[in-house]
Design a protein around this ligand. Structure first.
Ligand SMILES: [Zn+2]
Length: 204
């Protein structure tokens, strides 16, 4: 199991302060027909991811019905420029599976939950920071939304902070606000981390 990098920890801390990464609330998980989950396969994190989802669903009195689509890297694989597994057309495969699971003749699930997580081994293989992962998560969301404008697409970010020294192991799942990210990016994020996404560094 990898460790959360100092940089990723700092990014997550800033995005928590800015309320871009928010505590998951049951009302945000509007899922009357269950959820299609796109998450990383990571077996060390899956129990915590599932427990969090189940607790939110129960609190909102939604059915616990996770339809799991799990491959290394999770939802960032759907972004058009995610460098992982391009040769396998993994973005198209996941989008097709989502379409099928949304379809009324198959599962008829109208809520898609997109996850990325940190630290993620697949992200590490491609030298991606959590900034890259979140940027790709937002663009994955746009592609999933484009399948069917009536579906709900919710983004979650799972963080494994590791052992905290007192014997406790801290893991959290945050809701990611797309509007909050866009606002923060324009105001500050572009200056701070734009170079990671290939933007030229400002001269000012
Ligand atoms: Zn992973």
């Amino acid at each position: 199991m990898g460790r959360l990098s100092t940089f990723d920890r700092e990014v997550i801390g800033i995005l928590r302060e800015e309320n871009v990464l928010q505590d998951g609330e049951a009302h945000l998980l509007e899922s009357p027909t269950g959820v299609i989950v796109v998450a990383c396969s990571d077996g060390d994190q899956m129990p915590d991811i599932f427990d969090h989802y189940r607790d939110l669903a129960r609190a909102g009195e939604w059915p616990v019905r996770p339809h799991m689509l799990c491959l290394h890297g999770g939802a960032m694989l759907i972004a058009p420029d995610c460098p992982l597994y391009r040769a396998f057309h993994v973005d198209e495969l996941l989008l097709q599976h989502i379409r099928e699971a949304e379809g009324l003749d198959l599962k008829g699930i109208g809520t898609v939950v997109l996850y990325v997580h940190a630290p993620c081994g697949a992200a590490g293989l491609a030298n991606l920071t959590v900034v890259n992962q979140l940027d790709m998560l937002m663009r994955a969301k746009a592609r999933v939304k484009a399948i069917d404008m009536t579906n709900r697409v919710i983004c979650f970010v799972h963080v494994d902070y590791g052992n905290e020294g007192n014997g406790s192991h801290r893991r959290r799942t945050y809701f990611m606000s797309a509007a909050g990210w866009a606002e923060f990016w324009n105001r500050q994020g572009h200056e701070l981390w734009g170079r990671l996404l290939g933007f030229p560094v400002s001269a000012s």
